[in-house]
Design a protein around this ligand. Sequence first.
Ligand code: PXG
Length: 293
Amino acid sequence: MALKIYINGKLVDKEDAKISVFDHGLLYGDGVFEGIRAYNCLVFKLEAHIDRLYESAHTIMLSIPLTKQELIKAVISTLKANSFKDAYIRLVITRGVGDLGMDPRKCPKASVIIIADKIKLYPEQLYRDGLKIITVPTLRNPSETLNPQIKSLNYLNNIMAKIEAVNSGVEEAILLNSMGFVTECTGDNIFVVKNGELCTPPQYMGILRGVTRDSVLALARAAKIPAREQIMTRHEVFNADELFLTGTAAEIIPVVRVDGRVIGTGKPGTLTLKLMKAFHASTSKDGVKYSVR
Ligand code: PXG
């Protein structure tokens, strides 16, 4: 059965899921998106993702032609149409069809696209052994230029960093800001563990406030693990007892080497493993339920 894609109110076969070359999402990266996961017929943290999507859209003055409830319904319909119990969901809102000028006033209606597909994960082995990552020359967009809090269709900043990581033979990259402080990775937030305490860079360092990051902070606090937002340099990263990344696609993934330095014991840490367990347990709880035939 062909994959069913939602475009502007219709569920169509993948082959027929097309948008105009005049769509400003394509011409200018003018739009916003979300990456969401469904676990065993539960869309994890769907409301948090929807809220963030509407906030991104509000900031770029993009009016989503559906209410939040209607959009939630459309996500569920897309999952049901594909009989997916587990899925990776990509919600994309573009400025819509305009002319070749960048003026968004020429785009009368935003396009709404929902793609649900099988999740592609990092190989299981990387969760057991941990990732090797590097810091890259590309700096994170400063908030005062393009706020990373807007999850926009302009991901070149992140893609540049990804290219630099891949060129060096690793999967992920740490991006610093212009002051040399650690921000985040290309599509994941970063956490260090030091002396039993969990630290992650604060939002004002110029990061996307990840939904998974928020979940991990809440899980840590519930487990009485001290957790705080703290600015950090590479020095704190190199000298961490444990290090891990968080994101919707990657969930929690341990990191064991940064720029050639071994982190902690060189193996995923005990606190990291504990949080991975707690996170997996939480994916059956916090979200919007649905059923498939
Ligand atoms: N930082 C950035 C810059 C992101 O794009 C995260 C952190 C983690 O946020 P959540 O809410 O997912 O915990 C993201 C999320 C990918 C991919 O292929 C990841 C994201 C977006 C697009 C693709 O891994 N991002």
